[in-house]
Write a protein that binds this ligand. Structure first.
Ligand SMILES: Cc1ncc(COP(=O)(O)O)c(C=O)c1O
Ligand SMILES: [Zn+2]
Length: 372
């Protein structure tokens, strides 16, 4: 049966309840049996909605889309090794978050919701604001005071209302949670419909590889929305017998904000405290990922790992990508720096996939990039 299900107490709720967490306070997941039509899919429009039967939105008329997804899987040379890179930085609003926003806002429309709130350092907020604009839904985005002006400008341009909150991301979360008592919480971290969009990332990779799973996928791990979505997507394809395995998932964090990396390497069961965070990876400055347990379980169950990259490695990798003609923002360079680190530690021949998560135009004034 299609339903929302609690990952802690197993309470179940209808898919049409406008709720984003369990009464016990835990995150919810979606129980839904996806199906695929591998014969007709290659002839469909090149968007993530080509996997329509695998996305739990009831009526086509509720779909809110800019024809996002089906991004190219570009072969890029990383120090003599070939890596396949999904170009999600050229998504409609400039980040992979469009995948999640498309399904989440479609669901909001299906529920007849006219107003949503969300908290974000910028990219999820931009994506949500754009899709809400297309759907005619009002949206308010809570952001940290230190959010990049270029990202705030994008949210405001789409008509999103911005509420700046003093303090860290925690304070922003708390303010959004308070607002969510009265208005639908379209949170990319809490709301499980977001992952129903990011999971298409895995479907696309497999289709682009001739319906085969790659060996390893290197992904960002802030709130883990792409990582968890990918895990769901790869699991779906294996369950229905299209692929025969789930790739190793490797999550990358900025060393200055690496709670998941520390939980993995030190075998911790609780999220460790991270001091005041100061990193160029503004989109990944997440100290308390709400789905931390699920992210760890996903990575461990695939035989994967976490990597942490230093600030100088992030900036060097961003510059390297720029010089290859790939204009990415600094948060996205956490992942490419992780790819470089991964390749230094491994020698084998394997199909390795990664992603460019956010467009370089989102970094704002690039003083650091202009040095020759
Ligand atoms: C450009 C970019 N890359 C990576 C991430 C990290 O994604 P997640 O928090 O879903 O792990 C974000 C999150 O905002 C982002 O904006
Ligand atoms: Zn529960």
């Amino acid at each position: 049966m299609d339903q929302l299900i609690c990952s802690r107490c197993e309470a179940a709720y209808g898919l049409d309840e406008p709720r984003w967490r369990c009464d016990c306070g835990s995150v919810l997941d979606i129980e839904f049996k996806p199906s695929f039509d591998v014969v007709s899919t290659p002839f469909r429009k090149p968007t993530m909605w080509r996997y329509r039967e695998a996305i739990p939105i009831r009526d086509d008329e509720h779909i809110v889309t800019f024809d996002e997804g089906f991004t190219s899987l570009l072969e890029v040379d990383f120090k003599g090794r070939s890596v396949l890179v999904k170009q999600d930085h050229v998504s409609p609003t400039g980040s992979f978050k469009d995948r999640g926003a498309s399904v989440l806002v479609s669901k909001a429309r299906e529920l007849g919701i006219s107003e949503v709130v969300e908290d974000s350092s910028g990219n999820a907020g931009s994506a949500l604001a754009a899709y809400c604009a297309r759907a005619g839904i009002g949206c308010t985005i809570f952001v940290p005071e230190a959010a990049r002006p270029v990202k705030l400008a994008q949210i405001a341009a789409y008509g999103g209302r911005i509420k700046k909150i003093a303090g860290d991301r925690h304070a922003v979360d708390a303010a959004a949670l308070e607002a969510a008592k009265a208005v639908y919480y379209a949170s990319h971290c809490w709301n499980p419909f977001f992952l129903q969009g990011t999971k298409t990332f895995a479907y696309e990779i497999c289709e682009q590889l001739g319906w085969q799973a790659p060996d390893t996928v290197i992904l960002p791990a802030g709130n883990g929305t792409l990582l968890l979505g990918s895990y769901l997507g790869f699991k779906d394809l294996m369950r229905v017998g299209i692929t025969s395995r789930i790739p190793r998932l490797v999550g990358v964090q900025a060393a200055r904000c690496a709670p998941l990396y520390r939980m993995f390497t030190d075998n911790l069961t609780e999220i460790p405290e991270t001091g005041p965070v100061d990193t160029v990876a503004d989109g990944m400055a997440v100290t308390q990922p709400v789905r931390a347990g699920q992210i760890l379980d996903a990575v461990k169950s695939t035989g994967g790992a976490f990597l942490a990259v230093e600030e100088d490695e992030i900036l060097a990798s961003q510059k390297l990508m720029h010089r290859k003609g790939l204009y990415i923002e600094s948060t996205s360079a956490v992942v490419t720096a992780g790819v470089e680190k991964y390749l230094e530690r491994t020698a084998g021949l394997e199909t390795l996939v990664t992603v460019l998560t956010g467009h370089g135009l989102k970094t704002g004034t690039p003083e650091r990039d202009t040095t020759p």
